[in-house]
Design a protein around this ligand. Structure first.
Ligand code: PEP
Length: 265
């Protein structure tokens, strides 16, 4: 059975005191939220103090970072590596669209990062998403072809996952994040996100030989009002939450909704 997951991507927000407080508040709420994994991805400088301040955290609450380098060490000013992360955080978000938009990150670089991350026994959350909405209702087959063509989400995903075995991918989750929905308040509909999550799963299974246990998350303007719509989709195994993860109560509500819907309670 796939274990649902909700990830909070704090991006470059908050200061030291605010970050530790936010993490503590989420930890307090998480104690009562069962049946899902919850991951907090603060700015990397705050991961260690949060790790220290949450020594007695609930067993379903994990820490993550928002990016890392593909080498273990070296002359890479400003970067952190997976061997630095290991032992402090369990997850790494890789290939977020903001990394491509602001830093020119390529699929090839994301692929190298995933490989390094897995070699060092970290779990990856690999993001993928289109810039312009697919029009599945107008012509499903045409849009499926577009997804598989150059610059389509499926060909992008294939490039990101090149050279990885089905076994490697046991520790990879895919975050489907349409770029037009990130930080815009213009979330995808549950049906649209569910349809694409299911296309991604089929692609992973049929074309890349990856088992159906690979989690596919949705991300893009998720809040406590629309979370149920996404959680209700059988193809969506969790959520990647940006803006709303900066508010402990609302983030906890989203986690609770996913827990309730997925466990049928
Ligand atoms: C994100 O950062 O991946 C994200 C989905 O952000 P938001 O929830 O703010 O749209």
């Amino acid at each position: 059975m796939i274990h649902p997951i909700v990830v909070g991507n704090w991006k470059m927000h908050n200061n030291y005191a605010g970050s530790v407080l936010l993490a503590k508040e989420v930890a307090r709420y998480s104690e009562k939220i069962k049946h899902i994994d919850i991951v907090l991805a603060p700015p990397s400088i705050f991961v260690y103090p949060i790790y220290e301040s949450l020594r007695a955290r609930p067993s379903n609450l994990y820490l993550g970072v928002q990016n890392m380098m593909w080498e273990n060490e070296g002359a890479y000013t400003g970067e952190i590596s997976s061997i630095m992360v290991r032992g402090i955080a369990e997850y790494v978000i890789l290939g977020h669209s903001e990394r491509a938009k602001f830093f020119g990150e390529t699929n090839e670089q994301v692929n190298k990062k995933i490989k390094n991350c897995l070699k060092n026994h970290l779990n990856c959350i690999v993001c993928i998403g289109e810039y312009d909405k697919y029009d599945l209702e107008d012509d499903y087959e045409r849009e499926l072809t577009r997804m598989k063509s150059d610059k389509g989400i499926l060909s992008g995903l294939k490039e990101r996952l090149t050279g990885l075995s089905a076994e490697d991918l046991e520790n990879v989750s895919i975050a489907y994040e349409p770029v037009w929905a990130i930080g815009t308040g213009n979330n995808a509909s549950g049906m649209y996100a569910g349809a694409i999550a299911s296309i991604i799963k089929e692609f992973l299974h049929k074309e890349l030989g990856i088992s159906s246990s690979c989690r596919v998350l949705y991300g893009g303007s998720v809040d406590d009002k629309n979370a149920r719509e996404f959680a209700a989709q059988t193809s969506i195994d969790g959520l990647l939450v940006g803006g709303e993860s900066l508010n402990a109560l609302r983030f906890a509500k989203i986690c609770k909704i996913v827990s309730e819907v997925k466990s049928g309670r």
